[in-house]
Design a protein around this ligand. Structure first.
Ligand code: AGP
Length: 606
C-alpha cells in the first residue's frame, strides 16, 4: 500500500533510490515521484505510471544528489493523477514529503491552512503535511520542532519521510500503524516501507514502532518518541532474507517463480522447530474458544484450517475474515485468536488483533515477514520462512501456511489421542512427500495446464467448485483467477450449487471441479453428484481429479489427471494446479501478472 524509499549517503544516491523504490513497487504502482537535493535546492519529479517508466521518461538517473526520497503510490484519497502523486512540497518549496497511510483529520486542517492562504493542488490527505511543516518552521526556525508539532496534530495512520532545504543532509521520518524501517550502512542510511528498499545494500535494519520518529544522516541516526521527544535505544534486526531470492532468476514473472519455489517453502515449513508448534498446541487445548483470522487469501487459508482441524482434531474453530471479525467474534479472556498474514501488515487483521488483545485474549500468528507489525504484536509468532513473495498475488506463502496448519492440527489430534503416533507418522510422511510430488506436477503437468488454460482463456465466467476441505481451495483458486486474469470466477461449495447458482449453467458459464481422491469416499461421491447436476444441464466441467472416471466416460468435458495422493495432502495439490491455471490464463490474455490493476501487496489501510 504505497512504498516509501529514502537514502542519504556520501556519493550520488539516484540509482540506489531507484532500486529501492522499484523493489517496493509491488506495494502500489499507480504513480511515482522523487525529491532530490541539488546543493540546498529541492528537485521534485513525479508522474503517473510505474517506477521504471517514470525514471526513464524523466531521466531521473541523470540527477545527482547525495540525499533523496521516493514514493510509489496506490491511490486512496484522490485519483491517479500527476497532481496527486507524492512527494508534496510546501508553498515555499523548502520541504518535500512522502506518505503512506491516511490522515483522518486532514479536512479541518486543510480548511484552516486554506484560511491562512495556503493553496492546494491535489485531492490528497497528504498535501497538508508539507504545508504544516512550513507553517511551524516559520514559528520555531527549527525543523525537528516543526516536525514534532506537525505530528502532534495529525490523526490517522502514517509512515512518512521528508527532506528539507533547511537541513539538506538529513532525512526525517515517522510512523504510526503503517510500516517503516531504517537500513543502517557505513556512511549510508536508508528508510523504507520494508526491507526490500535496501536489502541489496545492508542487512542491518531498525524497525520503527508506532509513535516514533527518526532523523538520518549519512553517518548517524537517532530514533525518538513523538510524545516525549526522548531518544529511544533500538535493537538492530538482522535481515535473514537473501537479496538474490528477491530476483526473478530467469522466470518471466515472480508469480511463476514463486509457484515453482513451493517444494522448497514446504520443506522450510516442515523443518521448523517442533517445540515452536508444541506450545501453540497447548494453547489450543487450554483455550475456551479459538478463532482463525485472516483476509483475502489468508482468510481462505483460515477456512482451510477450520476444515483440517475439524477433520483431524475434531474441533470446530470458526474462521472469520478480518474485516468482519470485530462485529462477529465473541472474544473473551480465555479465547485464542490465530491470525494468518503473509505480510504481517494487513490493516484489517492488525486491527482485529488489537481488539483481541484489548479483551485480554491470547494471540498467535503465522507470518512471513519478520519484524512486521503483526509479528511484533502477537503473543506468539510462527515465522513461516517462505522467503520474499514479490508478486502481489499470494501463492507460495498460502500453501506453506496450509502445511503448517495441517501440522498443528495433527499435533493437536495426537495430543487429544484422536490419532495414534502411527497415524501421525503416516500423515507426516504424506506432508514430507509433498515437495517431490509438487515438483513432479511442475515438471510434468504444467505444459498440459498451460495448453488447457490457453484453450479456455476466452471464457469470462467460471464456477470453482469443491466440497469439504476442497471448498476453501475452490475459493482461493477462484481468487487467483480474478486477481491475475480479471475473469469472473466464483468459488463455491459444490453442494451449494443446486440451491440457486445451478440456474446460471449455460454455454457461457464453465465449471472447474476439484475432485477428491476416491479413498475420500463421502466427499468423492458427493462431488461426482454435483458434476452430474452440471452435465445434466449440458454444462462444461473441467474436472481436476486423481483417477480416470470408472464408468461414466463423459463425466468431464475436460480433465486434468493428477498422480494418486493421500486424502490429507490432495487438496494442496489442487491448490497448485489452480494457481498454474490462473497464471497461464493470465499470460494468454497478456495481463500484468505481478502487478495486477488496482491491487497492492499489503493492504495497510482500512
Ligand atoms: C492474495 O493473493 C491477495 N493479494 C490478498 O488477498 C492478500 O492475501 C490479503 O490482502 C491479505 O494479505 P496478508 O496475507 O498479507 O495479510
Amino acid at each position: 500500500m504505497c512504498g516509501i524509499s529514502g537514502v542519504v549517503g556520501l556519493k550520488s544516491i539516484s540509482n540506489l533510490l531507484f532500486e529501492g523504490v522499484r523493489n517496493l513497487e509491488y506495494r502500489g504502482y499507480d504513480s511515482c515521484g522523487v525529491a532530490l537535493m541539488n546543493k540546498t535546492r529541492l528537485i521534485i519529479k513525479k508522474d503517473v505510471g510505474g517506477v521504471e517508466e517514470f525514471y526513464r521518461k524523466h531521466n531521473i538517473l541523470q540527477l545527482k544528489s547525495k540525499i533523496g526520497i521516493a514514493h510509489t503510490r496506490w491511490a486512496t484519497h484522490g485519483k491517479v493523477t500527476q497532481n496527486n502523486t507524492h512527494p508534496f512540497t510546501s508553498r515555499d518549496g523548502n520541504f518535500a514529503l512522502v506518505h503512506n497511510g491516511i490522515i483522518s483529520n486532514y479536512r479541518p486542517l486543510k480548511d484552516q491552512l486554506q484560511k491562512e492562504g495556503f493553496k492546494f493542488f491535489s485531492e490528497t490527505d497528504t498535501e497538508i503535511l508539507a504545508h504544516l511543516l512550513e507553517k511551524f518552521f516559520k514559528r520555531s526556525q527549527n525543523v525537528e520542532q516543526a516536525f514534532v508539532k506537525m505530528l502532534s496534530l495529525i490523526e490517522g495512520t502514517f509512515a512518512l519521510a521528508f527532506i528539507s532545504s533547511h537541513l539538506p543532509e538529513q532525512i526525517f521520518c515517522a510512523k504510526r500503524e503503517s510500516p517503516l524501517m531504517l537500513g543502517i550502512g557505513d556512511e549510508i542510511k536508508f528508510v523504507g516501507s520494508d526491507f526490500n528498499a535496501f536489502i541489496d545494500h545492508t542487512k542491518n535494519a531498525v524497525i520503527l514502532d508506532d509513535g516514533e520518529y527518526a532523523i538520518l544522516s549519512r553517518d548517524t541516526y537517532v530514533v525518538k518518541n513523538i510524545l516525549s521527544k526522548e531518544e529511544v535505544t533500538k535493537p538492530i534486526t538482522k535481515i535473514e532474507w537473501d537479496s538474490e531470492t528477491s530476483k526473478k532468476e530467469g522466470y518471466p514473472h515472480y508469480m511463476l517463480k514463486e509457484i515453482y519455489e513451493q517444494p522448497q517453502t514446504i520443506s522450510n515449513a516442515l523443518d521448523m522447530e517442533t517445540s515452536e508448534l508444541d506450545e501453540i498446541v497447548d494453547w489450543f487445548a487450554k483455550s475456551r474458544n479459538t478463532y482463525f483470522l485472516g483476509v483475502g487469501t489468508s482468510f481462505y487459508v483460515a477456512k482451510y484450517a477450520k476444515y483440517i482441524f475439524s477433520r483431524l482434531a475434531q474441533e470446530f474453530f470458526p474462521s472469520i475474515s478480518s474485516d468482519e471479525f470485530m462485529v462477529l467474534a465473541n472474544v473473551k479472556k480465555q479465547s485464542l485468536v490465530f491470525a494468518i498474514s503473509q505480510s504481517g501488515e494487513t490493516f484489517d487483521t492488525l486491527s482485529a488483533l488489537k481488539h483481541v488483545k484489548s479483551r485480554g485474549a491470547r494471540t498467535v500468528a503465522i507470518v512471513n515477514v519478520m519484524g512486521s507489525s503483526i509479528a511484533r504484536l502477537v503473543d506468539k509468532v510462527v515465522l513461516q520462512r517462505s522467503g520474499p513473495e514479490i508478486c502481489v498475488i499470494s501463492t507460495k506463502t498460502a500453501l506453506s501456511q496450509m502445511v503448517i496448519l495441517t501440522l498443528l492440527a495433527m499435533k493437536f489430534a495426537l495430543k487429544k489421542k484422536i490419532i495414534t503416533r502411527k497415524t501421525y507418522n503416516l500423515h507426516l510422511r504424506a506432508l514430507r512427500d509433498l515437495p517431490a510430488i509438487i515438483q513432479g506436477i511442475l515438471n510434468e503437468r504444467s505444459g498440459f495446464i498451460h495448453r488447457l488454460a490457453s484453450r479456455y482463456s476466452g471464457n469470462r465466467n467460471w464456477l470453482y467448485l469443491g466440497r469439504g476441505v476442497y471448498y476453501p481451495i475452490a475459493l482461493e483458486t477462484a481468487l487467483k483467477m480474478k486477481e491475475v486474469a480479471y475473469i469472473h470466477a466464483e468459488g463455491m461449495s459444490s453442494g451449494f450449487l443446486k440451491h440457486g447458482t445451478l440456474a446460471m449453467i449455460d454455454d457461457d458459464v464453465f465449471s472447474i471441479v476439484f475432485v477428491p481422491p476416491p479413498e475420500d469416499k463421502v466427499l468423492y461421491e458427493a462431488t461426482l453428484h454435483s458434476i452430474e447436476e452440471i452435465r445434466a444441464r449440458s454444462g462444461f466441467v473441467l474436472g481436476i481429479h486423481f483417477t480416470p472416471p470408472r464408468k461414466n466416460q463423459d463425466l468431464y468435458s475436460e480433465e486434468l489427471i493428477l498422480p494418486s495422493m493421500p486424502p490429507l495432502t490432495a487438496p494442496l495439490i489442487h491448490l497448485v494446479t489452480g494457481q498454474l491455471f490462473a497464471y497461464f490464463t493470465a499470460t494468454s490474455l497478456k495481463c500484468d501478472i505481478d502487478k495486477p490493476r488496482s491491487l497492492a501487496k499489503s493492504v495497510t489501510v482500512a
